[in-house]
Design a protein around this ligand. Structure first.
Ligand code: KG4
Ligand code: ZN
Length: 337
């Protein structure tokens, strides 16, 4: 089964071709970062319009790189949510129409399912069951994964997502959008001993997160400092340490609670080097495996959607001729295969 995957939930247009026998055949990504940079964040209407411009050219590019034509496709998968509704509708409309025109099945994919299955695109993929830490611009979740569509949310954020906290911290420090990579780069030059930031909600049991207090703490620390480049780097470092430590503490609890021996880490923030070091060290100490997607597939991409869609289409799941997009979509409500 050869599946075209289309991702347009936020500010990246991602398209990929995945074959159930041969694996990933081609993928292409267009990032809208430059488009939104001057506004300091994603402007939804601009995002939708740019997906309209970029999706079909990327479909052509992916097919040509794989040496295939539209008629070689067996199915289409598109991200149907959660995300920006206008942006989602572009990918859903194009994906559903292509499938209709070609007379092949189409399947709606949950963006976070795409993220959490992304490590399965790597050689020697992790086996079910595992615990997934999903850390992106919109989500911070710990999920017990029994199989495809068998998800139990163990913990969620009560306020900001961790990627959002990185983005807001970047803004405060005068860094560009998206903030995660910029904060991480500045933190490299910071002194880890100068400041100690709180590890929110780690002093009580449970697996939920809260990052808005950390954001306020960052702002207060910045205002009390001399505002020098040195101080900003030290603040970035303390922020990153606090985030990595908080996530690690909760991952350890989730692994203990589930009794599973694999932790999968996915979503944009899974690209963070310090978080990876911290979780790798914890896994070694506690005796569990930690698995990530390749760096390019931590952030949004079409490959994870093509992969997730292929699993569902292979199992016989697909949509009728109508399509829907959902800004919000409960991960636990998905059908299992
Ligand atoms: O998964 P993703 O591409 O999009 C969403 O589904 O939200 O995640 C984007 C988020 C942004 O908040 C970005 O700042 C963050 O991931 N991010 C990082 C890094 N790379 C991306 N955060 C920390 N360190 C990084 N290296
Ligand atoms: Zn994402």
């Amino acid at each position: 089964m050869r599946v075209l995957g289309i991702e347009t939930s936020c500010d990246e247009t991602g398209v990929a071709l995945y074959d159930s026998e041969q694996g990933l055949l081609a993928d292409a990504l267009y990032s809208q970062v430059a488009l939104h940079a001057e506004f300091g964040g994603v402007v939804p209407e601009l995002a939708s319009r740019d997906h309209v411009r970029k999706t079909l050219p990327l479909v052509r590019e992916v097919l040509s790189r794989a040496g295939m034509r539209l008629t070689d496709l067996d199915g289409v998968a598109y991200t149907a949510g959660p995300g920006l509704i206008g942006a989602l509708l572009v990918g859903a409309a194009i994906g559903r129409s292509l499938a209709f025109g070609l007379g092949i099945p189409a399947v709606a994919v949950h963006h976070m399912e795409g993220h959490l299955l992304a490590p399965l695109l790597e050689p020697n993929p992790p086996a079910f069951p595992f615990v997934a830490l999903l850390v992106s611009g919109g989500h911070t979740m710990l999920v017990e994964v029994g199989g495809i569509g068998r998800y139990r949310v163990l913990g969620d954020t009560l306020d900001d997502a961790v990627g959002e906290a990185f983005d807001k911290t970047a803004k405060m420090l005068g860094l560009g959008y998206p903030g995660g990579p910029a904060v991480a780069a500045l933190a490299e030059q910071g002194d880890p001993q100068r400041y100690r930031f709180p590890r929110p909600m780690t002093d009580r049991p449970g697996l939920d997160f809260s990052f808005s207090g950390l954001k306020t703490f960052t702002l207060n620390t910045l205002q009390a400092s001399d505002g020098s480049d040195r101080a900003k780097a030290d603040i970035a470092r303390a922020f990153e340490e606090a985030v990595a430590d908080t996530l690690a503490i909760k991952c350890r609890r989730a692994i203990e609670q589930s009794g599973f021996s694999t932790l999968v880490v996915a979503g944009g923030v899974a690209a963070n080097r310090r978080l990876r070091q911290r979780l790798d060290a914890l896994g070694q100490k506690q005796g569990f495996n930690v698995r990530y997607p390749r760096l390019d597939f931590c952030t949004d991409n079409g490959a994870m959607i093509a992969y997730a869609g292929c699993q569902r289409l292979t199992a016989g799941q697909h949509e009728g001729p109508a399509f829907t997009a959902r800004a919000r979509w409960d991960l636990e409500a998905l059908a299992s295969i």
